[in-house]
Design a binder for this molecule. Structure first.
Ligand code: DX5
Ligand code: ZN
Length: 215
């Protein structure tokens, strides 16, 4: 069964508390939190105070995805507001290895996100140090985009790399996940499914989460 991580980017921000409570009652495993800075991606989402508010209303794992330049500047701050997993973009990290060690030193799991154009092979020398690879299946910056089909091939390649290295790295798929592609993604090797609009724009988000979980 995949880990289901609904993306709060698609929630009703005027009712964050009730959205968190809905997720608490659902079969969601993690909260996926998208932080955008308007520089690394052409959109601005939210930052520490909002994450802190969400943290107050859940005990579930906070999976924080940083779409920001120089993410190493804020590792301690994200820990302080409740991040359990902290993911930085490969494309935004000049000293990726150092950032991964710094995240772990704060007691968090360390993730690396890959844009759709970034080859999986670039992680060969760090895979042992990565707890989670967030494989972008859309160009980061916005919810509600169409899933990029080339993702399946990248997931298979990554799975093979992880197995060869005997690593414990989880593969997370982020962007355009629906019931149409969830099963094929899990079959290709995905461990974690992020879903934003598919969950929050559905008539019955709890049921949608349960359906993804049971896939
Ligand atoms: C995109 C974000 C995703 C996004 C997914 O930049 O990283 O987490 O919220 O949203 P959907 O599921 O709507 O594509
Ligand atoms: Zn994300």
């Amino acid at each position: 069964m995949p880990i289901i991580a609904p993306s709060l980017l698609a929630c009703d921000f005027a009712n964050v508390q009730s959205e968190c409570e809905m997720l608490n009652e659902s079969q969601a495993d993690w909260f996926h939190i998208d932080v955008m800075d308007g520089v690394f991606v052409p959109n601005i989402s939210f930052g520490m105070p909002v994450i802190e508010a969400m943290k107050k209303h859940t005990q579930k794992t906070m999976d924080v995805h940083l779409m920001i330049v120089q993410p190493e500047r804020y590792i301690e701050e994200f820990k302080a507001v409740g991040a359990d997993i902290l993911t930085v973009h490969y494309e935004a990290s000049t000293h990726l290895h150092r950032s991964l060690q710094a995240i772990k030193a704060e007691g968090m799991k360390a993730g690396v996100a890959l844009n759709p154009h970034t080859p999986v092979s670039l992680l060969e020398d760090t895979i042992q140090d990565i707890d989670l690879v967030c494989m972008m299946s859309v160009n980061p910056g916005f919810g509600g985009q169409k899933f990029i089909e080339n993702t399946y091939k990248k997931v298979s390649e990554l799975k093979e790399m992880i197995q060869k290295a005997n690593a414990q790295t989880l593969i997370e798929i982020d962007g355009g996940v629906t019931s149409d592609n969830a099963k094929a993604l899990v079959n290709a090797g995905a461990d974690v499914l992020v879903a934003g609009s598919f969950v929050f724009k559905s008539d019955n988000p709890k049921q949608t989460i349960a359906d993804l979980k049971a896939i």
